[in-house]
Every structure is written in C-alpha cells, then in structure tokens.
Write a protein that binds this ligand. Sequence first.
Ligand code: ASP
Length: 379
Amino acid sequence: MQLWSRRKFFLTSVASSVAAGVGKVFARPIPADAAGVSLAPAQGTRPLIISSANGLHALDKGMDILKKGGDTLDAVVATVTVVEDDPNDDSVGYGGLPNEEGEVELDASVMHGPTRRAGSVASVRRIKNVARLAQTVMEKTNHVMIVGDGARRFGVAQGFEEMNLLTEHSRKIWLAWKASSSVNWRPGIDSPEWKQQMTAIFGDDQEKIAYAERVIAHPPTGTIPCMAVNEKGDISATTTTSGLSWKIPGRVGDSPIIGAGCFVDNEVGAAGSTGKGEENIKIAGGHTIVEMMRHGKSPEDACLEALARIAHNYNGDKKKLSTFHIFFYAINKDGQHGAASLWRNHYSEPGHSVYAIHDGTQARLAECKAYFDEINTHG
Ligand code: ASP
C-alpha cells in the first residue's frame, strides 16, 4: 500500500517532501496548491541543482557533492541514479513501464560543461543506470552516442550489471495493457468480462485497477532531467528515462538527443525536458533554450519560447496541442532557474505543475510557468 501510494496518479499534497519527491511520476505534474511551493527567484544562487519534481527526494545527494567541491556531472548523475534505482518510479530505470513487447528500454544523455563533452545511450535493455552509462560513453570512448544492443554490450564490458528491469508491478500493468489492446491477450467471448480480467491480475485492489485503466487509456511518459551549476559557475546536465510506455521497440524520444532533451553550454546554462519527446526533437528544445538565454532571456522565458515554437508547429491549435504535455527546465550560469509547462496542469487537478530545486539550503518545489494557463483535459 505504501509502495502503491507513491505511484498515485494524482498527488493531492505536496507539503511533505517525501510524498512530493515521487510526485512527478510519468511526467505528470503535481498540483502546486500546497505550502512549500515557491516561485523562481529573480536572484541566482550558486551552487544550484534542479530537476523535474520526481527528483526532489534525490537532490540532497547532488547538492552534497557540489558543496564538497565535486564535479557538476558527478552531482547530477548521482542524483538521477537514486531515481533510476527506485522501483516505485515507473518513469525511469528499474521499474520503468516497458515497450509494447514488455521489455524496458532506457534512454539517457549527459553533457559536461567545463570540458564541452557529451555522451548518450538509447534503447538500452537490461541495464538500469543509463545516465552513468552515458557518462561512461563520454569518458571512455571516442563516440557520443551508442544505441540498442551495442550500448548494452558496451555497458557489460564496462562492468555494468545486467538485470531484468521489469518489476512485478510494471509486468502486471503491461499485461493489463496487452489485454486491453489485443483480443489475443485476453480470454475469449465465453470468458469473464474486462473487470473480472483486471481482478484476476490485480486481485481486489480497486486503486491499482483504476490506475491501470488510466495508464492504458493515456500511455504515460516519464523522465528525470537534472542540471547543476557549482560555485565557480561550471555547469553539467543529464536526462534519463524509460520513455513512452507501450512504445514500438526501438522508439527513441528526446532524452538521449543532445540539443533536445539535454543541452549545456558552460558559458550560458543548461536545459532539459520531460513529456512528449517527439515534439521537443522537432524544435531542438534544449539548444533553443540555451541560445535564448545566451541572448538575454531568463531561464523561464527561454522555456516559454521553446513552448511557443511547439505551439507554432500546430498553428496554436489547442485541440491538437491538448493531445500531449511537455515541460522544459533551465538554469543559467548565475544560478537562476525556471521551468515551463505547455499546460498549467492535467485533468481536474488544481494548482500548477512544479519542479524541484536545491539552492544549498533545502530541496523544495517551485512552480512551472504555464504556456496555456489552463488545465489540459485530454493529453
Ligand atoms: N521525454 C521522454 C520521451 O519522450 C518521456 C518523458 O519525459 O516523459 O521519451
């Protein structure tokens, strides 16, 4: 029950950092109507580390490394590793929701500002810490990106452990999705109805059944982007994800694409993203945001500009734009931060979407600026 409550689709309270730390499961926003959610500051602070809201409980780890004078890339990778290791976060690493064949496929990227290097992996099976794998590509090879079985074999050669990334929970949800989407994966017409099928999978747990029905109807995405600037002004970033659930095997989103799901320029800042990666790839969002900041925009305004470009791709048609959700997150060299979401929130949740920040005092949530200040009732 405890585990289950961490996966709840709608978190109704963000006051507790423990509950809120897992709140942005599946890139779903947390209602920001509770105490402890702040607006982005006009003044920057260094060191600073930020992430999507599902990293809130892990930011201490990265801040600790920054405060001890550690490298900014080590700080962000250590932070997201906590989330990758967490079987209860269905959006990243171990326990991530799988592709349509029931296989978890992970994507990740890193950029190291001071040395101007990058590393990335995509469609990786059976290795959970793909942010560290992307860092290893950067540090140990002459390549930037390795994908698929090549990335897995590279990981094994580098000493990464192979494992089944599917948890019992994610396997059952996948089976329920299979049953809902194919007549071959459910009993024939002479068999019990759908609800009974769900009961066979989940027992009597109505909360789990409601959750499964929800993620089947709206295939969730989920990710953690994390970026940091240290006292000196050096910057690094990473983004790691299990991507879109029920995806076609081999589908790659924006997270491992340098310049889309992750981008750093040590002279300027860093940007990352969650949500429908296809939309981000088409505008090279990470790079766009950093260029906007280079020309003087605040992190928040730069994120809004990227969303404006996505909206422009649909001529501002809100009906089409309501079929998905996307978020951008950014920091600049001065330690200012900001984030923006295409929609204020999802479904009937109150408040705004939020992201997580740690400026040296404590980890807390801050509000994302909404491009459309409306609740998205569809995507
Ligand atoms: N952006 C990720 C992708 O498209 C998923 C997500 O952030 O939820 O793979």
